[in-house]
Design a protein around this ligand. Structure first.
Ligand code: RB5
Length: 142
């Protein structure tokens, strides 16, 4: 189960991502926002982060205008490793090296075509489980 959330700036791209996930038979839960009315991204960052931390969802996707505010907010929650990715190389690397549990993107930064490839890469790439990466993640979590 994938937790997904956005503010108004990310609402349109979130709709496209949800349609993409439905097409692939991937289950998701939409934590809002639910329209393009101006709203506050930390609210949705927190809801998605809580769903990931509780185990209700395996991973999360967060979208705002830039992806910056919503990733900063999510990373305030202990145990969340939210990676802001606007290319597939970063999406793959952050799963392999950082075991990132949330993907953040900016809807005003990437087009939908690239965003969907980034989503696929993020969801399909496993953590490497290398000792050095586990050690570094543990240092983050201390
Ligand atoms: C909203 O206008 C915008 O500030 C927000 O979507 C995001 O880019 C914040 O980092």
């Amino acid at each position: 189960m994938i937790a997904i959330g956005s503010d108004h700036g990310g609402y349109g791209l979130k709709q496209e991502i949800m349609e993409h996930l439905r097409g692939k038979g991937i289950e998701y839960k939409d934590f809002g926002c639910y329209d393009e009315k101006s709203c506050d991204y930390p609210v949705y960052a927190r809801e998605v982060a809580k769903a990931v931390l509780s185990g209700e969802c395996d991973k999360g996707i967060l979208i705002c205008g830039t992806g910056i505010g919503i990733s900063i907010a999510a990373n305030k929650m202990k145990g969340i490793r939210a990676a802001l990715c606007h290319d597939t190389f970063s999406a793959q690397a952050t799963r392999e090296h950082n075991d990132a549990n949330i993907l953040a993107m900016g809807a005003r930064v990437v087009g939908a075509g690239l965003a969907l490839k980034i989503v696929d890469t993020f969801l399909e790439t496993e953590f490497s489980n290398d000792e050095r990466h586990i050690r570094r993640i543990n240092l983050i979590e201390e």
